[in-house]
Design a protein around this ligand. Structure first.
Ligand SMILES: [Zn+2]
Length: 127
């Protein structure tokens, strides 16, 4: 039951990305087109649509390398919630480097819990 609820926002998101992409080409009228990081939001949305689950949760659940379809079945089998993540995290902090910031291979999906933990660890390390 919850699977359908969790999957549909991703489909909506994908459609929005396609629409936003068109409007961006046609003119800079939407707030997203004007906003800082629009390219990043497109990259993030595309990544989340393909990789909806938190990379660290998958690791903790021993589900690394599973396709989204396999994760759905594995979670149903184990009767646990799917580890949906909504945050596109930079694997290597970009620190203003555009090539790192917009590198599709430098993105991983994280849930808020794992992102906040990772972020705090990074900030402590940077001090
Ligand atoms: Zn997680």
């Amino acid at each position: 039951m919850h699977m359908r609820v969790l999957k549909s926002p991703l489909a909506v998101l994908s459609n929005r990305v396609a629409i936003a992409g068109l409007s961006w080409r046609e003119g800079k009228n939407s707030s997203a087109a004007r906003g800082y990081g629009y390219d990043w939001q497109r990259l993030r949305a595309g990544h989340l649509a393909k990789h909806p689950y938190c990379a660290y949760c998958l690791r903790d659940l021993d589900m690394c390398g599973m396709t989204p379809a396999e994760v759905i079945i594995a979670c149903a089998t184990r009767d646990i919630p799917e580890p949906i993540g909504s945050i596109g995290d930079h694997i290597v902090p970009h620190e203003g480097d555009e090539s790192l910031r917009l590198d599709p291979n430098n993105v991983q999906t994280l849930c808020k819990r794992h992102h906040d933990g990772e972020k705090q660890r990074r900030e402590r390390a940077a001090r």
